[in-house]
Ligand binder design. Structure first.
Ligand SMILES: [Zn+2]
Length: 142
């Protein structure tokens, strides 16, 4: 799965027109959804979580765990499919992460997750779509 990802340079204004407002606000304005608001919190099936903007696969169902935070949480992403940056929106620095292809904001990564990674990738449910195992992944969106 670790293929290099070619970046998609699509202007925000085009994403704003293409996405429902609540998804756009999170993906391209770095908003955060209310905890416990995502139906993906309870999703436990095998499958793939893809970027809600460009459809790049970001996480497997196997990597998901119940963190109790109210946001879908993962032990780690698919290699090369997310990028990170430091975020100083709160007083202490956090590590923001985003889709490596379209740059869409997904969530923040923390170091209090379970073994073996010890990481907690805390994701906005609205930034993801879930594709159950056995269903075809949708084509990447340009
Ligand atoms: Zn994307």
């Amino acid at each position: 799965m670790a293929q290099p990802v070619e970046k998609l340079n699509k202007p925000r204004t085009e994403w704003r027109d293409a996405l429902p407002s609540e998804r756009y606000q999170i993906l391209f304005e770095e908003a955060t959804e209310r905890p416990h608001s995502s139906p993906l919190n309870g999703e436990k099936r095998a499958g793939t979580y893809i970027c809600a903007a460009c459809h790049l696969p970001l996480f497997t169902g196997e990597a998901k765990f119940e963190s109790g935070t109210g946001w879908p949480s993962f032990m780690g992403p698919l290699p090369e499919h997310v990028g990170t940056k430091r975020d100083f929106k709160l007083i202490w620095p956090r590590t923001e992460y985003h889709c490596a292809r379209c740059g869409g904001h997904q969530g923040h990564v923390f170091s209090d997750g379970p073994e073996p990674t010890g990481q907690r990738w805390c994701n906005n449910g609205l930034a993801l779509l879930f594709v159950p195992e056995g269903e075809p992944l949708p084509a990447l969106r340009d």
